[in-house]
Design a protein. Sequence first.
Length: 341
Amino acid sequence: MTSEIRQIFAFVRMRIAASAHPAYNPPMKKPERDLTQSERESFHERGVVIASGLFSQDCLDRLASDIDQVVQEPGPMAGPISVPEEKFSGDLFLWKTNDGFRDWIFDSPAAQIAHQALGGRSVRHFYDQLFVKPAGCHLPTPWHQDITFWPVDVESRNFCSIWITLDPVASASSGLEFIIGSHRWPERFKAITPHDDPYMRDSPFTWPPAIDENREAYEIYSPELGAGDCLIFDAHILHGSSGNHTTDQPRRAFSSRWFRDEVLYDPRHATMPLLWTHGLERGDPLRGDLFPQVLPRTLDGECARQHGPAEGPDEDLLRTFLEAVASVPQFPESRPAPPTD
């Protein structure tokens, strides 16, 4: 067993012991307000909408506290996506290993907001993700589509992300930027990570366009957000951000991903690993303990994490993923040079 795997499972054992007696799960909180018709239309037509005043201050304070905790005590999935030398902290599937994020999924208004944006008969949780860029973290997030990072049918139109900032955000502090309407483009682009992970971009998809070299050719949306505001956006929209070039303004952001009705599993090469046993075969609908239904109600067969202790990733699945990453050359095909004429 490599030292990386040993460290991951030492953390998981500690986290499980700490949550052996999980707290009572209170009823799901309601949003402070509903999405307006205009906001829902913006999500579907433009691919993104900014929304304020959806979450109570209590919800936001709890989320901020949980984020600060996991930055200091990173979870088992933080290592592969964080970039310590650039001061960037990332994490995935926090709800599986941290009770505060578990409670956010099942008790906060997020699922209801996702249902208002997506519609449909049911809403399931996909996964959650942390993005922390402190002041002086100059690492940009390249232009990308979320959908090609994921082991799902890339043509599925059933996803939304709810991206919440706990700090005021503007372009200088790494505010997100979006290409309006790009969620309707037919192209699917390589999954480009902030640290340009060779494994994730080792796919047959095309390179994202060189947006920053030709910004005037696109309708770029660069909203400023207040603390507690959120962006709700489609999984196909092209988006990215600069580094945080401020000297005193952190950017703590948390995204929960949701989908409606059925989404099909597609375990392609060069996608985000699912390191918890799920029992799915290619072409199966996402469901079960790893992708629980939250609305209209939770299901008895999918409640293990809702009422139980922390669950660490599967050792064999982790080892298989690390072997797949190691099999990819460190310098696969490079981005083609932009035209000079």
